[in-house]
Design a protein around this ligand. Structure first.
Ligand code: NAD
Length: 348
């Protein structure tokens, strides 16, 4: 298996393979860039069917983290790690500690946090062997606040509205982020429509925020101003985009576009899309404020900056007649290339 020739290799600074058979550990840590600061990104535990599949994932995910950090101004670089294992059956304290020693061996160039297949509790185990770990504070409330700020920016740009009173918002998924988002929206006077595969969560949203329940598949067809995906990835695709009546798509879910071209499909329909990794950056902003003592106010204040970043994305997209996801990628590359050229870490 070659790394330098891999299709997703993008001049990553370092790709490290680790093995500890006594703990059942096979892991890859990819550092895409430390131009903006130490690489910070989650550890994914997934039963990849081949080393190649794991490598592809870690190369893609670590590069995406560079973009995300660049636009969030966290002063961190992009990195990610994968452990080839089934989180339900193979994850043990011994495996997590063995992995923590791998992170420690990189001397702080990579800081690990939770991701699919790992939890804050797992990070506490990793922390027993390395201090280069974050993600011990639940980021969901800050992520929700960032999405709320992003919806305000989108409403300003698309609908020329300064407040959200009376705005109709459909929230797909009322879990950690979706529920907290509903709280902010309700307080701002928005009218809410919610769906979730867990009926108890829908009932709670109905009771607490006067949200109107919608069937799982019906959420795409509602006559609303904003569609806020806060559950799964891939929900903006050839099937759903033609059905949307919303003028704005702005939500927390990762990887909302089925394919990159679906960004253009939304723009063609006149729907303003807030790129997922820009609007949901409150999570990593929160992690970057964990440090020795967690600074929640600092995290919330920086998260408010998502409003300005999105206004710039929307403005440039309009001026260039380009899809917002492409503009965001371009802006991230500019910021990251600038830092690389000056060779100095900056706070963005
Ligand atoms: P969560 O698991 O707490 O909530 C997701 C909710 O979506 C659950 O209640 C689940 O029942 C529901 N759901 C699942 N499939 C559904 C479907 N088909 N239709 C409707 N609802 C469905 O997760 P979360 O932490 O709230 O994160 C939500 C999304 O935001 C995820 O995509 C996550 O990757 C992304 N995200 C979260 C954070 C964070 O700080 N938690 C940060 C950045 C991005």
């Amino acid at each position: 298996m070659t790394v330098f020739d891999a299709p997703d290799f993008d001049d990553h600074e370092q790709v490290a393979f680790f093995s500890a058979p006594e703990a059942g550990l096979k892991a890859i840590i990819a550092i895409h860039s430390t131009a903006l600061g130490p690489a910070l990104g989650g550890c994914r535990v997934w039963p990849y069917t081949s080393d190649r599949e794991a490598l592809t994932d870690v190369l893609r995910l670590s590069r995406a983290m560079t973009y995300k950090h660049a636009l969030a101004g966290t002063g961190q670089g992009g990195g990610k790690s994968v452990i080839i294992a089934d989180s339900r059956t193979d994850k043990s304290a011994a495996l997590l500690r063995a992995f923590g020693r791998c992170v420690d061996a990189l001397g702080g160039r990579y800081i690990v946090a939770e991701d699919v297949g790992t939890s804050a509790d797992d990070m506490a185990v990793v922390q027993s062997v390395t201090r280069h770990v974050a993600g011990l504070v639940d980021p969901s409330p800050v992520t929700a606040y960032g999405v709320f700020s992003g919806i305000k920016a989108a409403a300003r740009h698309k609908l020329a509205r300064d407040g959200l009173a009376g705005l109709k918002v459909a929230v797909q998924g009322v879990g950690h982020v979706g529920r907290a988002l509903c709280g902010y929206l309700r307080e701002a006077g928005a009218e809410l429509f919610v769906t979730d595969i867990d009926p108890a969560l829908v009932d709670r949203a109905r009771a607490d925020f006067a949200a109107q329940p919608a069937a799982l598949d019906e959420i795409y067809d509602l006559e609303v101003d904003v569609f806020a995906p806060c559950a799964l990835g891939g929900v903006l695709n050839d099937d759903t985009i033609p059905r949307l009546k919303a003028a704005i798509v702005a939500g927390a879910a990762n990887n909302q576009l089925g394919l990159a071209r679906h960004g253009a499909a939304l723009a063609e329909r006149g729907i303003l899309y807030a790129p997922d990794y820009v609007i949901n950056a409150g999570g990593i902003i929160n992690i970057s404020f964990e440090g020795a003592s967690y600074d929640r106010d600092g995290a919330m204040k920086q998260t408010e900056g998502i409003y300005d970043t999105l206004m710039e994305v929307f403005g440039r997209a309009e001026a260039d007649a380009a899809p917002t996801n492409e503009v965001a990628d371009r802006m991230a590359r500019e910021r990251f290339a600038e830092a690389k050229a000056t060779g100095s870490a900056r706070a963005g």
